[in-house]
Design a protein around this ligand. Structure first.
Ligand SMILES: [Zn+2]
Ligand SMILES: [Zn+2]
Length: 194
């Protein structure tokens, strides 16, 4: 009986060690491709650093026209490094709350806008104007009824290829809070001090 309990102990320890090693190896291999992709563990999304949006199909994305100059070796390296990741499907993505800091790798649109009336968020002024005209009977001669807002989106609206065109329906902008710039931080500190 003692023997079995000891065996069980060793097996479970071995299992844990192996698990940690696999986890470490996974982080290491993700690091080896950090020039190309960045993984966000909270949202379980992989962002292409060049295109600054989330990728749903890794091998397909890097095989595409936009990465035609990438070597086969690099493509393979990215595929191997990311194959263990369980990525969130665009349908299941949870849009971050407005107090979140920007998500690393995703394009940061600093001149996005938020509608003062209904809170609608978008990345372009044209879309905001269209929204305000349609929803709130806003006229071009009226004062703007929106506020400047830094935003991001997991999926792009720009059409890079047919595949992305399909993804465009998942484009949803969300507000992000920019970390305070050093300059502002100094002013704040001075105000607090005195
Ligand atoms: Zn890309
Ligand atoms: Zn609105």
């Amino acid at each position: 009986m003692k023997f079995f309990s000891k065996l069980f102990h060793i097996t479970s320890k071995l299992y844990k060690t192996t698990h940690i090693l696999i986890h470490k190896a996974a982080i290491m291999s993700l690091k080896s491709v950090q020039n190309y992709v960045v993984y966000n563990a909270q949202h379980k999304v992989l962002v292409c650093k060049e295109h600054q949006y989330a990728i749903t199909d890794v091998s397909r994305h890097f095989r595409g026209d936009d990465h035609s100059k990438m070597s086969t070796e690099t493509r393979l390296k990215i595929r191997v490094a990311t194959q263990h990741l369980k990525l969130t499907e665009p349908d299941d993505i949870v849009i971050p709350g407005s107090n979140s800091f920007p998500i690393e790798g995703l394009k940061l649109v600093e001149d996005g806008a938020k509608c003062n009336k209904c809170g609608y968020i978008t990345g372009t002024l044209d879309t905001m104007k269209y929204h305000c005209r349609q929803e709130h009977a806003w006229k071009a001669k009226d004062e703007p009824m929106w506020t400047n807002q830094a935003v991001q989106t997991f999926y792009p609206g720009t059409i890079y290829c047919i595949y992305v065109l399909i993804l465009a329906k998942y484009r949803k902008f969300f507000a992000v809070t920019l970390p305070m710039s050093i300059e502002n931080q100094t002013i704040m500190d001075q105000m607090i001090e005195g």
